[in-house]
Ligand binder design. Structure first.
Ligand code: AMP
Length: 214
């Protein structure tokens, strides 16, 4: 099963991608996580992408496509993969189609998690990450245990100002990607506002009706 996961920042796409990864035993490729890891390592690529991440701007297509391409080749695609946060532009979607074609693979479904901008902004201001475990909490919706509160951090790009820029870019760039998958009858759009488990069950239900093999 080869899936792509599309959704605004804080739409819950990362959470759903993790759940689907565990459920179907997929390889999880999150471009956001990969880029943040490069930044933390202070690798050459990390230094280049640092200011894009900080300002909520998309990293140039060529860099992300190369990163994903390398991961796809090293992954055992036959066992299935979920791409989380990629593609984010039409160029990336076309590059992905080409890379998969060379590997004799296709995308089975593009999952779109829809959440209104107002809800995204509310979610983002309370989001905190635990650097030790990588777990994401929300001060209101998914409160962390009090004893780890002191070590939680807010992502640099999780401020309201950066968020508004990210949402603007997201809507502008994702529209042609959504059309690309809708035209190919691969789009599965779900409401991302209910509780995560409910969204997950909806995704499972919609995926089960596809009859995907391999
Ligand atoms: P995410 O964790 O998916 O919200 O991504 C965090 C940040 O990483 C984004 O705001 C972008 O700066 C960068 N990024 C992640 N995925 C991509 C992508 N497919 N294309 C370009 N930039 C990306």
């Amino acid at each position: 099963m080869r899936l792509v996961m599309i959704g605004a920042p804080a739409s819950g796409k990362g959470t759903q991608a993790h759940k689907l990864t565990r459920h179907f035993e997929l390889d999880h490729i999150s471009t956001g996580e990969m880029l943040r890891a490069e930044e933390a390592k202070r690798s050459e690529l990390g230094m280049v992408v640092e200011s894009y991440l900080k300002h909520g701007q998309l990293v140039p297509d060529s860099l992300v496509v190369r990163l994903v391409g390398e991961r796809l080749i090293h992954n055992h695609l036959a066992q299935g993969v979920i791409l989380d946060g990629f593609p984010r532009t039409l160029n990336q979607a076309l590059a992905l189609d080409k890379a998969l074609q060379e590997l004799g693979q296709v995308i089975d479904a593009a999952l779109l998690i829809e959440v209104p901008d107002s809800a995204v902004l509310e979610r983002i201001t309370g989001r905190r990450a635990d650097p030790e475990t990588g777990r994401i909490y929300h001060l209101k919706f998914s409160p962390p245990p009090p004893e780890i509160l002191h070590r939680l951090v807010q992502r640099d790009d999780d401020t309201t100002e950066v968020m508004q820029a990210r949402l603007g870019t997201y809507h502008e760039r994702i529209a042609p990607v959504v059309d690309h998958y809708r035209n190919r009858r691969l789009l599965i759009a779900v409401d991302g506002t209910p509780a995560p488990e409910e969204v997950f069950q909806e995704l499972l239900g919609r995926l089960s009706s596809l009859n995907i093999r391999g």
